[in-house]
Design a protein around this ligand. Sequence first.
Ligand code: PMP
Length: 427
Amino acid sequence: MSDNALLQSRRAAAIPRGLASAFPVFATRADNSQLWDADGNRFIDFAGGIAVLNTGHRHPAVLKAVQAQLAAYTHTAFQVIPYEPYVALCERLGKLAPFKGDAKSILFSTGAEAVENAVKIARAHTRRTDVIAFSGGFHGRTLMTSALTGKIAPYKKKFGPMPAGVWHVPFPVPQYGTSVADTLNAIDHLFRADVEPANVAAVIIEPVQGEGGFHPAPAELLAALRRICDAEGIVLIADEVQTGFGRTGKMFGIEHSGIEPDLVTIAKSLAGGFPLSGVIGRSAIMEAPEPGGLGGTYAGNPIACAAALAVLDVIVEEKLLDRANRLGALVRDELQHIARRNDTIPIGFVRGPGAMVAFDVLKSGGAAEPDPDGTKRVIQEALKQGLILLACGAHANTIRLLMPLTISDTLLIEGLAKLQNALANAR
Ligand code: PMP
C-alpha cells in the first residue's frame, strides 16, 4: 500500500466524513508554490491552502520572524499579559484600513471568528439585532456564520435551527441572470415585508464572492449599499477574508470600488499560513463593546502576529500588488485563449480582479450550462498532472486559481501547461 493510501485508511478510521478533503494525498513538504506528498509526488499549488498563501508556503521572511518569536515566548494570552507584536500589527492594520478616519483593530484566530465578532461589534454599536447577507456568500462554519452563509448544502444541512435575525438577498451574477436592480428590489422588499431597517445592525458582503464562485460585487451595488447603510444607520461590513492582502491587486478587494466600509473582516493570507484573523473598524464603532466582551484565549497569538508583520513587509518589498495584477492578466489571457479552443472541455466566464481569477466549466453545446461533473474531472486530471486546483461556486462548476503571488514565472507557466492538459484530458 502506498503511503498516501495508508494514511487515507488511517484518516477514514479516525476522522469523521463531515471534514471532507479535496484530495487523497498527504502533504509532507512545501516550498513557495510547490508541495510534495507522502508518495514523493510533486505538485504545483494553485490552491494556496484556500487563499492563505499569497506569500507562498514558508516564505523565508515569515519563517525568520516566527523563529525569532518562538525563541522569545509563544503564548501569554493577550487578555492576561499583552505583547508588542499584537499592538504593532494593529497599528499597521489601522494604517491600511480602507476607509478615512480613525481605525482600531482586534485579532482572533479564524475567519469565522472575525465575522462573528464583527457582528457582535455592529450589534453593540447599533443596539440592533438583524443582519443582511447575500445568497452565494460564505462567511464560515460556526452557527452564526453558517446562518450568514448563503448556501444550504453542505453548510447548513442538518445543523439547524440557525440563529435568528439573518436575511438573505440575491447577489448579482450576470451569468445567472441576477442584476444589481434585482438585489436592490429584494432589499426594498425585505424592508417592507420582513424587517424594518431600524432593526438592522449590519449588511455583510464579500467584495468578490469567494466560495460562491469569484463573482465581484459591482461597484454600483456597493455604492447603493453604502447609501442605504448611511441613510438607515446600518454598519457596512466588508468580509475580506478571501479577497484580502493583495489577492485582487489591491490590499483589500473593496478598494476597487472606492466605497468605504465601516468594518473589515480579515484572515487567511494575513499571516502566511499561521492562524490569525481580525476586525479592522472605525474607532467609534469598535469601542462599542464593553471591556471583556471581546477576545479569546488564543486570539492574536504572538507567533501568528510575528508572521503577519513579516507578511505585510513582504507584500511591500516584493511589490505583490503589482505582481497580482501582472499574474492575473497573464492567467486571464491564457484562459481566454483556452476558452476559444475546441480540443478541451468547454470553459467560459473568465473573471476576477487581480490574481483572484476563476472560470466556469461548461457543458458542450454552447448553452453555457454548468458542468459540475466535468469540473470534478478537470480537478482529478490536474492532480494526475501534478497540479492542485480548487472548485467553488453555487453550481460547483467554477475553478478558482489561488497560486501564491510569489510564484516564479517558470512555475506559473508549468502550472498553466498542466492546467491546459487537464482541461484537454477532461473533455
Ligand atoms: N469569510 C470568507 C469570505 C471566507 O472565504 C472564509 C473561508 N473560506 C471565511 C469567512 C471563514 O474563514 P475560516 O475558515 O478561517 O473560519
